[in-house]
Ligand binder design. Structure first.
Ligand code: SAM
Ligand code: SF4
Ligand code: SF4
Length: 340
């Protein structure tokens, strides 16, 4: 069976796949893996439960056949803590039909890996960085890692010829005063910075709507200092709203998953490190593919299952949240399991 386009219950196609390669991380960002919960007693996935590189490559191949996807994003946890991750990139770069392989990383280990990742076939990295202030950054990442280490990663990625974007999660009272310094810094370097509204992912980050700085407020704060104007999306379903600085061609983005939801164009599937297909960032769980893969099922059987899962999808959590803020009470998968 060859299917080239899939649609869910709300008519949304499946365009890209985000693959979490590990649920482990060398950071403990409070909005994602708070240290009090993800402590030394926390049970991470046993090695045998995690998909092998061969399994991930097979699934990617089958997603191309099932839905014609062209983009893969490797994430985690922290993808660069997965041993021999470069080998996976090399394997994925042989998947016919995939035109773009990106990675989301905290950047702390990137200086070591950037060149090899590029050579293996990685195209782009999105590096998470929440402020420029060293002391504050050490606190936010919960592991005392300094900003210099991330900047070394950024430079190495640029030198290696990888596309680079920066993501900053904005939390009121934590790093909202860093919005302007970050915008100014990256405007000068020409790297696209994207502000992300603090989201109520998982159940452990103590999310509160009052801590969210809205897209509108981020826009207004930047616009007051450095006038910006909206520009057209690069493609349908792009999650960041794009803006350009009026005095240059450099741009920034704002990802407004809380105050201006974009579920109607959401075309992403997520694969957890243990092989669950997750159809929404805020889902309670995923649909297991690992057992099927390990049961000796044929490619056709796996494709059929993927099509069935996507065909039954009707998630629109962020739109529903706008109507019902009690939504935060429900049990949700943790961000570190599916990687954003
Ligand atoms: N460890 C990698 C990193 O930090 O880039 C990849 C995984 S991380 C879960 C993926 C992205 O999700 C990061 O950009 C991170 O900042 C973002 N993220 C995590 N928790 C979030 C939250 N509660 N709200 C908004 N973004 C969040
Ligand atoms: Fe780790 Fe990324 Fe989560 Fe921070 S956001 S704890 S770096 S997985
Ligand atoms: Fe997609 Fe779910 Fe986010 Fe809506 S809430 S944009 S459906 S991941």
């Amino acid at each position: 069976m060859e299917i080239t386009s899939l649609q869910d219950k709300l008519g949304r196609p499946l365009r890209d796949l985000r693959i979490s390669v590990t649920d482990r991380c060398n950071f403990r960002c409070s909005y994602c893996m708070p240290a009090e919960i993800f402590d030394k007693n926390f049970q991470f996935l046993p090695k045998d439960d995690v998909l092998t590189f061969e399994e991930i490559t097979r699934v990617s191949n089958l997603f191309v056949r099932a839905a014609g996807i062209e983009k893969l994003r490797i994430t985690g946890g922290e993808p660069l803590v997965r041993k021999d991750i470069t080998d996976l990139i090399r394997m994925l770069s042989t998947v016919k039909g995939i035109k773009d392989i990106a990675m989301t990383t905290n950047g702390s280990l990137l200086a070591k890996h950037a060149k090899a990742l590029k050579e293996a076939g990685l195209h782009r990295v999105t590096i998470s960085l929440d402020c420029l202030d060293d002391e504050r950054f050490r606190k936010i990442n919960g592991r005392g890692v300094g900003v210099d280490q991330v900047f070394e990663g950024i430079s190495a990625a640029e030198e290696a010829g990888l596309g680079v974007k920066i993501n900053m999660v904005v939390q009121r009272g934590v790093n909202d005063h860093d919005i302007i310094p970050m915008a100014r810094h990256f405007k000068d370097t020409g790297i696209i910075l994207r502000f992300i509204e603090f989201m109520d992912v998982g159940n452990s980050n103590g999310w509160n709507l009052d801590d969210v700085i809205s897209k509108k407020e981020i826009f207004e704060r930047i616009n007051k200092e450095m006038p910006i104007e909206p520009i057209k999306p690069n493609y349908e379903g792009e999650v960041a709203t794009r803006f350009r600085f009026k005095d240059s061609d450099n741009e920034i983005g704002i990802i407004s998953s809380v105050t201006d939801a974009f579920c109607s164009t959401c075309s992403r599937a997520r694969l957890s490190a243990d092989g669950k297909l997750v159809t929404c960032l805020f889902a309670a769980g995923g649909h297991d593919l690992r057992d099927l893969l390990r049961s000796g099922a044929s490619d056709e059987k796996v494709i059929e299952r993927m099509a069935e899962i996507w065909g039954n999808r009707h998630d629109r959590y962020s739109e529903e949240r706008l109507q019902n803020t009690d939504k935060k009470q429900i049990r949700k998968i943790e961000m570190s399991q599916i990687g954003g």
